[in-house]
Design a protein around this ligand. Sequence first.
Ligand SMILES: Cc1ncc(COP(=O)(O)O)c(C=O)c1O
Length: 481
Amino acid sequence: MAATSFISHSPFLPKTIRFPLNQKPFSQIPISPLKPTPKPLSLRAVLAQDPTKTLTQTTPFEHCFTKSSDGFLYCEGLKVEDVMESAERRPFYLYSKPQITRNFEAYKEALEGLSSVIGYAIKANNNLKILEHLRQLGSGAVLVSGNELRLALHAGFDPTKCIFNGNGKLLEDLVLGAEKGVFVNIDSEFDLENIVAASRIAGKKVNVLLRINPDVDPQVHPYVATGNKNSKFGIRNEKLQWFLDAVKAHPDELKLVGAHCHLGSTITKVDIFRDAAIIMVNYIDEIRAQGFEVDYLNIGGGLGIDYYHSGAVLPKPRDLIDTVRDLVLSRNLNLIIEPGRSLIANTCCFVNRVTGVKTNGTKKFVVIDGSMAELIRPSLYDAYQHIELVSPSAGAEISTFDVVGPVCESADFLGKDRELPTPAKGAGLVVHDAGAYCMSMASTYNLKMRPPEYWVEEDGSVVKIRHGETFEDHIKFFEGL
Ligand SMILES: Cc1ncc(COP(=O)(O)O)c(C=O)c1O
């Protein structure tokens, strides 16, 4: 029997659903809900009773996920609790497609008046549907592996808007990059040798940028600082002349088109970008003085977001671009930027159910079904991501909890010392700002299979954009062995 799944909408959205939540996209066969139901699953991801309340009130914090005054969390006007009911399983990632568009448009508007390439850093989130959407909006792509290059090509990105980065690029991947005509960043002496070899194999000259470490402190967690003098990435300025001579020695293989730096990630002060850009344009002056026609300045990615939801005034894309605009114009350069986090992080929540609450000694724990396997940033970087319940919990005692997963590691936590109403078993709980470096870093540790992903579209429909991995997927790795 065909499922009669539907999503009901508020009066201000069209009553269309492109793809009911519990259907497979290709077969149109409904996936069984977690709990078998005697009749076809009836999905109701309803909008707020009063839609004007959903996006504006209660907090000045601008976000596509908003706690309305009725105590429910909404994504673009859809109740997250209702989406939870209809998703094929928990945990899952839930995105706002319109927020992705808004974030990209913010960069595009900021770049008006400059010749530029926005290269979305695929490492932040490699969901194919998201890549295709960004490509349609006009984005290029920044790649740090051969498979990211293949995925970018598969998603239809224009190779001349793609930049291939990395401190350990492999020859076969460089050959593909050379064949397709992407920009390649030179990261080291051996990398230059490999790019030359790739050019010869592909029979194509490669447009290269030199990745130079400006040695500006990005003031971020050491694991995400990349532009300092002792970094494993890029080259030291003392070696610049060696690299320029090496490029000159390979006129048939290499065309030096620019200079690149990437300082780090989660940067919240745009002065840092300006300090680096000043150093970089000085290098470009030096390089041009030797007769190279370099036209591109690539200042990398790295803009941070308000993970704390504190309402802090953090720099926006326009602030970032404005701080380097005069430098770019003064040298008549094309600007390449490589945003990842600031394009995608705030477009997504990681949605979980509470399995239970427990106490040990002086500690209280909320145990959820999601874990460090699906979202490792808190465990890996001690990163803060805001956590809240998706529905009101009137009368529940407020306590301080560690929010933890079921993975067999004490490092398995999503948040520490969080003040939350004591949640009931089965309550919905989200980890915010989960669009960047969350799903792309997910593992199957403890055989927690990677979760499905959904997004809310402009018309309010919820669409699955990635299947969840299954136990059967795991068994397939051993078939025929
Ligand atoms: C070379 C390069 N470019 C761009 C990025 C994207 O950085 P972010 O996601 O902080 O914008 C990274 C990530 O660290 C990177 O290594």
